[in-house]
Design a protein around this ligand. Structure first.
Ligand code: SAM
Length: 283
């Protein structure tokens, strides 16, 4: 049975599913994704370079964007298996279409389900788990999901998730004249546009502690991007702000900003500035 919280989440993403991947055409998100790709090369892939085989759990996989990106990075060096779990059928339909088109049905399995209950999946099994772009934030009980993912990881496995940053949420609400939402943010709930449901947001310390409380070790929190932020138009799936377009369509600007973001993103001084927070913990 799907409760009212998840009915709202599913309603929101089922409408977005067919157009979700248009995000690739928005220059702000292209910059953010290129940066994330560089970060995960170092933090999520390099630690496993001595292995021959990797099992990956994409918990809240959506349209499969990040499973497919990871696959491309990993395919030359590892034998791979991916399990993609998501609660919104329409998002998985998009993932399935892409997986079939690329002939990866033997490598990637798709599952409709809630990551707060992963009892159908083997324990101590996955080397890498990811929940990119606010899956834990959209979950009704992020801690329950975190506990589940922890059980499914092998010892030494890594869990990388991306959640909404409470400090950036204060900034973004003020920027967009939604000052009456500041009290919600203080209590840990935010939203980027007035059409979306409220989601959980965290300070870097809050999310680090939640990971540690649930058994994760060597927890690292990385804010990104730290020096260029989306405008309200970039927070929607279609269209983009003129400011982001003007700034980033110049390829040299794009590369210079990317290099600066990458150089500074591991610096703990700036973590609270991040548009979002990436958290990586080890079992
Ligand atoms: C913003 S999308 C991100 C999708 C994908 N991780 C990416 O980065 O492209 C968030 C996804 O989380 C899914 N989701 C939210 N809560 C979930 C839960 N508890 N269990 C499974 N999926 C969930 C939604 O259905 C949606 O597809």
């Amino acid at each position: 049975m799907v409760n009212s919280h998840y009915k709202d989440v599913i309603k929101y993403f089922s409408k977005k599913a067919a157009k979700y991947d248009l995000v690739d055409e928005q220059l702000y998100w292209r910059l953010s994704d290129k940066l994330l790709e560089k970060i995960i090369q170092v933090k999520l892939i390099e630690p496993f370079l001595k292995k021959k085989e990797l099992k990956v759990l994409d918990a809240g996989a959506g349209t499969g964007r990040w499973s497919l990106i990871l696959y491309n990075f990993l395919k030359k060096s590892f034998k791979l298996h991916f399990d993609l779990v998501d609660i919104t059928k329409e998002m998985l339909t998009e993932a399935e279409r892409k997986i079939r088109k690329k002939g990866l049905t033997n490598t990637m399995e798709i599952h409709l389900g809630n990551i707060e209950d992963l009892s159908d999946y083997p324990n101590d099994y996955y080397n890498i788990a990811i929940s990119f772009y606010n899956v834990l934030s959209f979950s009704e009980n992020p801690e329950r999901a975190l506990k589940e993912v922890f059980r499914k990881l092998k010892k030494g496995g890594l869990y990388a998730s991306i959640v909404a940053n409470k400090y950036h949420s204060y900034f973004f609400s003020i920027l967009n004249n939604r000052v009456n939402e500041l009290a919600d943010i203080k209590s840990g709930k935010t939203r980027y546009t007035s059409e979306m449901p409220f989601i959980h947001c965290f300070t870097p310390n809050e999310i680090r502690k939640l990971y540690q409380k649930n058994g994760f070790k060597k927890v690292e929190v990385i804010g990104f991007p730290n020096f260029v932020y989306p405008n309200i138009e970039d927070a929607r799936i279609e269209g983009q702000s003129r400011q982001s377009k003007n700034l980033l369509e110049n390829k040299k600007n794009f590369q210079k900003i990317l290099a600066t973001e990458f150089r500074e993103c591991f610096n703990q001084d700036v973590v609270g500035r991040g548009n979002v927070l990436l958290i990586i913990g080890k079992k």
